[in-house]
Ligand binder design. Structure first.
Ligand SMILES: Cc1cc2nc3c(=O)[nH]c(=O)nc-3n(C[C@H](O)[C@H](O)[C@H](O)COP(=O)(O)OP(=O)(O)OC[C@H]3O[C@@H](n4cnc5c(N)ncnc54)[C@H](O)[C@@H]3O)c2cc1C
Length: 415
């Protein structure tokens, strides 16, 4: 028997084992997937919890219900990978051998990496919405927040879903306005980037949206520490940003076992070939999803398109053929704008988000880089699609590679 071992049963790991179990002969291939617990989280749902749109029950499921028959699901904490002996050890000592390994352990917010963040104000006036616990606690804090300075902040890039902090800001602004509190709350968006977002055209459009909503933008801000006593962010260049309520995205890092195994970069991301997702150090190891160091957004959509390339390539590899699929960094992300509207962006390693229609030219029904009701409804519909189409590894009626069909190609640049 050959053994495929997948570390992480999140978005990427679950799609991979669902797709490959259908393709690999059960008499020839053992598939095992490891995760530290039995609860799969629909992470895009964290954005909506503080505003009461979803409840925790709607965005979590037992991993058992998302994994197929014929896959061995092991609940355990990965301690280390020994690439020289093709062995994984779990905390507690259990050993799992593999012929091929996929690291799909994602990225995690690490408030412990910033002095002061986990101090006395954590979950009192300092919150995150990148975890279920953080987002649920923030919902309670927002219920009683009726005046002062709301600061939304990104510690450093890369973070998963880089548009999520902007979406939170737009939703919070609309929510405060609806409750008649907007003129009593000053909103500040603090980012390490030189503008509202990473990609220039998109950054320009989103910057205008902040301006329109009278949200102050503090750019190039590299956080050194939080002054807990005075409730203020302090940057390396000594800029002080006071807050009454801080909603921060802590530093995101890959799993610690990646570092312990000598497989990661300084943020614990696994260096891979950006076209095949194959480890640059070990040909029988792949890293898919947020766990890899590819220069694409860390997003579920990227994980989805990368999994489609990887699973086809993997079948070629084990048949002794060259891998012909090449991942182009394709990402598409809905951006909630508040007031029941949203934007959609579609881009890849080489092409910036462009205006136009998606997925069909002229017809859409979704519009690129434009606030519409259809985009908001698309974002809400995505939860159903995630559980019922994406995770089970079914094909979606959208191309794996980014397509220029429907796009207005006037601003294409290489980034
Ligand atoms: C607030 C928020 C909003 C988002 N919105 C969007 C969106 O609108 N669109 C979009 O495309 N993406 C969005 N994302 C990002 C998306 O959720 C992730 O990019 C996606 O889940 C990545 O999949 P993954 O499989 O790489 O990692 P994950 O889904 O995070 O899975 C990693 C798994 O590895 C497990 N693991 C880690 N370490 C260990 C260990 N030591 N031992 C055992 N198991 C381990 C974890 O328990 C986890 O289950 C959002 C994320 C957040 C936080």
């Amino acid at each position: 028997m050959k053994r495929l071992l997948v570390l992480g049963a999140g978005t990427a790991g679950t799609m991979i084992v669902n797709r490959l179990r259908r393709s690999l002969d059960e008499d020839a291939w053992d598939i095992t997937v490891v995760d530290q617990d039995d609860v799969h989280h629909y992470q895009p749902g964290y954005l909506f919890l503080p505003f009461g749109t979803y409840s925790p029950r709607q965005i979590t499921r037992s991993r058992h219900t998302t994994l197929p028959d014929g896959v061995d699901f092991v609940i355990g904490d990965v301690d280390r990978v020994d690439a020289s002996t093709s062995t994984v050890t779990l905390v507690g000592g259990r050993r799992l051998d593999y012929d091929y390994l996929v690291i799909a352990s994602g990225t995690t917010p690490r408030p412990d990496q910033t002095p002061g963040m986990l101090g006395a104000q954590w979950r009192r006036s300092i919150f995150d919405f990148y975890t279920l616990e953080g987002s649920t606690a923030l919902a309670e804090a927002l219920k009683v927040f009726d005046h002062g300075r709301l600061v939304v902040h990104i510690t450093d890039m890369p973070i998963k879903c880089p548009v999520a902090p902007l979406e939170f800001t737009f939703l919070a602004e609309a929510w405060l306005r609806k409750r008649g509190l907007r003129d009593r709350v000053e909103i500040v968006y603090v980012t390490p980037l030189p503008g509202a977002f990473t990609k220039p055209t998109c950054s320009e459009a989103l910057g205008y949206m902040l301006e329109d909503r009278k949200i102050a933008l503090e750019t190039d801000y590299l956080l050194e520490r939080i002054d807990v006593e005075n409730k203020a962010l302090i940057s390396y260049d000594e800029r002080e940003v006071p807050f009454d309520l801080l909603v921060t995205v802590p530093l995101n890092m890959g799993a610690d076992f990646v570092a312990r195994s000598g497989l990661g970069d300084e943020l614990n991301y696994v260096p891979v070939d950006k076209a095949t997702l194959q480890s640059t150090a070990h040909p029988n190891i792949f890293a898919i999803g947020d766990a890899s160091d590819i220069p694409a957004s860390k997003a579920g959509s990227v994980a989805h398109f990368a999994v489609e390339i990887f699973t086809d390539n993997f079948l070629q590899l084990i048949a002794g053929k060259p891998m012909t699929g090449s991942f182009d960094g394709h990402a598409n992300c809905f951006i909630e704008a508040g007031d029941g509207k949203g934007l959609l962006i579609d881009f890849n390693y080489d092409t910036e988000p462009l205006k136009g229609k998606y997925p069909l030219p002229t017809v859409g029904p979704l519009s690129l880089l434009k606030e519409t009701r259809a985009n908001h409804l698309g974002k809400l519909a995505f939860r159903w699609i995630y559980w019922n189409v994406l995770l089970p590894g079914h094909s979606m009626p959208v191309p794996t590679h980014m397509s220029m069909v429907g796009k207005t190609a006037n601003r294409a640049t290489t980034t």
